[in-house]
Write a protein that binds this ligand. Sequence first.
Ligand code: HEM
Length: 549
Amino acid sequence: MPLIPDIKLLLGAVVLLVVVRVLFTRRPPHPLPPGPKPAPLIGNLHQLPKSLQWFQLYHWSKKYGPIMHLSMGGQPLIILSTHQAAHDLLNKRSARYSDRPRMVMSGELVTRGMHMLLRQYDERYRLHQRMEAPLLNLRSASSYRPLQDMESRQLLFDVLAEYDEVGAKGVDFHHHFERAMASFIYTVNYGYRLRTGYEKELMDGKRVQAEFARTGQVGAYLVDSFPSLNYLPRFLAPWKKEADELYELECRLHLGNLDKGLTNPGWNFSKHMKQSPEGRDMPKVELAFDLGILADAGLDTSTVALDWFIVAWITTGSSWVPKAQKLLEEVVGRDRLPTFEDRPKLAYIDAIVCETLRWRPVVVGGVPHFIKVQDSYMGYHIPANSIVLANAFAITRDESVFGPDVDDFMPERWMVDEKDVKAEPTIDACGLNVSALKDLPQTGFGFGRRICTGRIIARNQLFIQMARMLWAFDVEPGINEATGQRPKITAEITPANCTEGFVTLPKPFKVEMRPRGQWVRDVILRSGTTHGIDHAEVLNQAAKDRERA
Ligand code: HEM
């Protein structure tokens, strides 16, 4: 066969195809949102830095505005950088914006479609939501406060014990926060506490989380950008073996914990979910993953918020810590610890909680949503199958919502003006003084139908912990043994100061947590260790309070 006519034929066909496409493809009625100029094929992939990508997105948003478009090798990525834009799309149009992008490695291979955070917004997701939500709502959260009280008392006791050993060298505050936060969630989930924070279950849980952050990272696996690669046979797809091993690790951990939960004394989430209409006939592994993801979600996030609280305290505390401590002195005094009963009078502490979550949002880059159909907003076209990301860092710096000086730590921005304070305050079921705080958005917990379901539990936990630490201690960076100096802690956002991952936390350092007086020592020692408490009894009481509420 002669070659020339074939080439002519081919060229003719290509030209025809192009003409047909140009004539018959319906152009979107609107342009794409602005954004940095993409390169052919790779789009904007090469422009994103390796670390702190959310920080680059924040800087771009200043140039390109509230809605931005990037191409990740052809995959449209829409970035929302103001609260209004995130609210308009993710809250108001949540029926369309509540899916998640397909994540082959972390979502399909490692967790086999059972990771609650990564589930598509479908009937199965809604079934899981129906099972979990009643355990995490305001009324239920209020009944778990005695357990949070218990863990935060233990935290003070442990910190004081370590301070007495190490003095000005400083305590490993991150470890104490992590033990307390994890122990709370393991108690409600599985009916057992974590005494040291070095238990095997927790170590495995931390490994699972680190692997989740690693395998879910943009660009970590080629198969996430080109899902059809997953059809390759195993010997050409080495990630499959790795995923199987991680799945086995996660299964062992979650199933083992579920078994403990079902047999440990007292009420807990494992028993409750297993008996629920949704969980009764659910495969055991699917139920175990639900509980495991709740444990993961509750472990890292609140700990990170407390870490940033310490950074805020050290770097900016002179303007707000004395005010908080004066209030605690007035409301609580020196003979006892602050409690949840004091909360209605401690709205300023809740303002500190809100400001911590705003100043350094825990999931700082946001969790991606996904839209399967095309849409338009502010005169721009949003293509079907776009990843839509609310950039938490940019949104928490939205001056039209949070007022001026958004980089400063100012709990006052959350407080209702004196003149507007109501004579009869509205107090919610968890004791939060709703009418003393401005109704500003808690954007750090996400948006729409995928908003964090654990947010009330988290806020309760942060309130009691922050109130008690402010009441008990003065803090300073611990003295470095090698230099004999206290290191300078800054709040700057640089790769040298922050770690990378699903959550961003300050790089480790130690803090001298000095009791504010003999009275602190007396109260903490009188309150004592909590390990003698029958926590199964406390869980049973929580279950009764839930039922009554
Ligand atoms: C300070 C603490 C916390 C922060 C900042 C936080 C933040 C978030 C964020 C940003 C999301 C994604 C929202 C979105 O997609 O728009 C999320 C989802 C979630 N969080 Fe939290 N969270 C915290 C604590 C907790 C706790 C204590 C629990 C459980 C007891 C929890 C359970 C969940 C679950 C199950 C989801 C998945 C929701 C879904 O995809 O439908 N979180 N969280």
